[in-house]
Design a protein around this ligand. Structure first.
Ligand code: NAP
Length: 479
């Protein structure tokens, strides 16, 4: 086992993310003996507690958020936990924190699960107390800024104390098994790569659909919107993985070099290539739900839906649209990538009255993890009244194909990589900045053209203009 770190220092240790994802992930890694036996986990937040208090707090979170069958090692896991109260804006407290952390000869993994406004004082405190040593690595949660400028400020602040090789920017989509499997599908099979280009692919669709509305994220979401909350990070990362050239190896530099080239080839989006929407009252799964303004308690111009027709100006993807759409209060919760191949150049069956549909590869990321390739097959029969062809799915359900391995939380993988120091599934500074560059241009164009979100009824697939965005190219959204 690569030990990687003596300790994990968790800022925001009492927050929602820590309770729902980070503590359960760490406990699961402990139960599976994937972290060194003597790895200490030190939590910190302002709330006043001692070690015993935090262990009780963590136990309650695990009982709520970790399935019972994965709680086997909970008792011994809790003994790893320590806690030091700290207001990150008070520099004096970091000296006490450094004492609590103790020696970090082997390494220190730091995870900032706090609001980005706290990143700067936290980093200053870490630097002044010696915790930002050469042996430390720092994991940062999104959002990394609200535009290129604020993202640069955060990146500069982190870079003042940590080298890029020590900085782990989290996009939890990269921790998802199916997202990593996209790379295996493309680069561990000979089948797809020769066809993976403009000559054989008509278009790509990426959908991230949520059924939830604002939930408890009111303050954050209204200042952000769908474009910055979903497209800037998760969807552009998915697009980069679909579109990138084959890296020479599965390592941090090779993979990220290829992703950033894709992000830099994103063409500026024209004013008629985006659609924004905001949900009004409607029904989801038979349940009436209020509109966005009602949930928020005031009028707002924040988009809860966005659809974009994106292009990559490079050799491989010339002329292939990448349609992206994401929204809240859509009919189903679904994240998927659809790769639509072109038609065969000539159908030998046309003379027999048979119609053939182009092949389609659907990569389901959530809630179902599956890969479906639609192929044309002959409908059985003697064909006296003409030959018929029909689409049949070649279906791989990851759950059935790999029944043994436990389905893991995305953060298990990411926390383990942070502890051990593998940056492959983390986002490099140049990627984040290329992402913001493109997103800022879209927002500037909305401002210039006075674009405000069009209403859509909760429980539908967004405003009708989103349908028109693809239909005018003769393309239907995959539903
Ligand atoms: P949260 O529930 O508001 O938790 C914030 C944490 O920061 C708490 O532990 C809080 O504890 C601590 N904190 C607040 N002010 C502090 C200060 N001055 N000094 C030290 N600690 C302080 O937030 P969250 O939902 O866990 O999210 C954490 C980060 O992850 C945010 O950047 C968020 O955008 C990001 N994120 C969250 C999710 C999610 O699903 N929750 C998803 C993606 C990204 P005290 O109040 O006791 O100090």
């Amino acid at each position: 086992m690569n030990r990687g770190s003596d300790s994990l220092l968790l800022f925001g240790a009492t927050g929602d993310l820590a309770q729902r994802m980070l503590l359960p992930s760490l406990c699961a890694l402990h139960a599976d003996k994937l972290v060194a036996e003597d790895l200490r986990i030190i939590g910190t937040a302002r709330q006043d507690m001692d070690d015993a208090g935090y262990r009780n707090f963590a136990r309650a979170a695990l009982e709520k958020f970790l399935p019972a069958e994965r709680r086997g090692g909970m008792g011994t896991f809790l003994n790893r936990l320590h806690y030091q109260p700290l207001d990150a804006t008070d520099q004096a407290g970091f000296t006490t924190l450094a004492k609590k952390v103790g020696p970090i000869d082997e390494g220190l993994a730091i995870f900032l699960s706090t609001a980005p406004a706290l990143f700067e004082p936290t980093i200053a405190g870490l630097a002044a107390s010696g915790l930002a040593s050469d042996k430390a690595r720092i994991g940062l949660e999104k959002p990394l800024g609200t535009d290129l400028e604020t993202s640069r400020q955060i990146n500069d602040a982190v870079a003042s104390a940590f080298r890029e090789e020590q900085i782990f920017r989290i996009d939890h989509y990269l921790g998802k098994e199916t997202v990593q499997n996209l790379l295996a599908l493309r680069f561990a099979n000979i089948l797809f790569e020769p066809l993976w280009n403009a000559a054989h692919i008509d278009h790509v669709q990426i959908t991230v659909a949520e059924t939830v509305g604002l939930e408890s994220r009111v303050g954050y979401y209204d200042g952000s919107g769908a474009l910055r909350d979903m497209v800037q990070n998760h969807m552009l990362q998915l697009l980069a993985l679909v579109a990138m050239e084959p890296p020479s190896s599965f390592d941090a530099t090779a993979v990220r070099d290829e992703k950033v080239k894709v992000l830099r080839s994103l063409r500026l989006v024209g004013p008629d290539e985006t659609v924004t929407g905001q949900y009004r009252a409607g029904a989801i799964g038979g349940q009436a739900v209020p509109g966005y303004d009602e949930e928020l308690g005031k009028d707002s111009d924040t988009e809860t839906f966005v659809a974009i027709k994106a292009h990559l100006d490079n050799w491989r993807w010339k002329g292939v649209p990448f349609y992206l759409r994401t929204g809240k209060r859509l009919p189903t919760r679904r994240t998927e990538i659809v790769v639509q191949f072109r038609r065969v150049p000539h159908s030998i069956f046309a003379g027999k009255g048979a119609r053939s549909e182009p092949n389609r590869l659907v990569i389901g990321i959530q809630p179902e993890e599956n890969i479906t390739l639609s192929l044309m097959a002959k409908v059985p029969g003697l064909d006296r009244e003409g030959l018929r062809l029909r689409e049949v799915p070649l279906d791989i359900r990851m759950q059935d194909a790999f029944a043994g391995p436990t389905k893991r939380i995305a953060y298990e993988r990411l926390l383990l990589d942070l502890i051990e120091g593998d940056q492959t599934l983390f986002v490099r500074r140049d990627e984040v900045e290329a992402q913001w560059d493109w997103i800022d241009a879209i927002r500037a164009s909305w401002g210039e053209h006075g674009v405000t979100p069009k209403p859509y009824t909760a429980g539908t697939w967004g405003p009708s203009a989103a349908i028109a965005l693809t239909e005018r190219d003769g393309v239907h959204w995959h539903e």
